[in-house]
Design a protein around this ligand. Sequence first.
Ligand code: HPA
Length: 264
Amino acid sequence: MRFLINYALIGGTGVEHLELDGKRAQTIQTPYGLVEVEVGSIANQEIAFVKRHGAGHAVPPHLVNYRGNIWAIKELGVKKILATAAVGSLSTEYRLGELVLLDQFLDFTKTRIQTFFEGGTQGVLHVDLTEPYCKDLQKTILTAGKQNEIVVKTDATYVCTEGPRFETPAEIRMFQMLGGHLVGMTSVPEVVLAREQGMCYASIGMVTNEAAGIADHPLTHAEVMDSMKMLSTTVAQLISDSLKLLTPVQHCSCVKGNEELGKF
Ligand code: HPA
């Protein structure tokens, strides 16, 4: 028998090395294949840590096993997910080296399955994403930031691209016109699948670069990694401070994410 774990961390580029106390590896069987999860504690809270890109950043954004990862986390009993995401900035409101909570998304992915419910016996679900990222969980992160003098910005619209390539400057100008502030490659469908499973999900964007055409130089993965390294201590602190304040009770409506399943 497994103990239930209330919280999960999905870490992307740069936070793969976050240290958990009493860390042990678990392999979870899911309908989408085996998923490796680290279980241990941060700030005395037991958490499940999923490395989005696998060990050694081996899996590119368009091939991440999003459904497997979310299924495995749900299987462990998780109620609330903290995620991190490397992002490029399209806006002078969000600068290199800042931490920003994602608020809305524009989806420009192309090949990713965005649902657990593919019809037939699984049913069909049109999940509500009026507030894609959990407001309650964001409040906790903001409180933790304030208490510990970590600046966390808000209200960013995230553009999710398919990747793994970076964008063209023309695409970035289009995203700006559409109201995008940040660009990354991983938050969709992760946030959607978490809602389908009734879990709270918030994502801390880590601004690693100015987007293509805004920066005065070509983009490189090395630049993104260097920025992540710079931000990794602060984001680890913010995660730890947030976990100290979290309770497993879900007062929000995220838990009702799939209540319409089977009703039509
Ligand atoms: N574009 C897409 N994904 C990213 C970027 C970017 O500029 N920076 C970090 N992840």
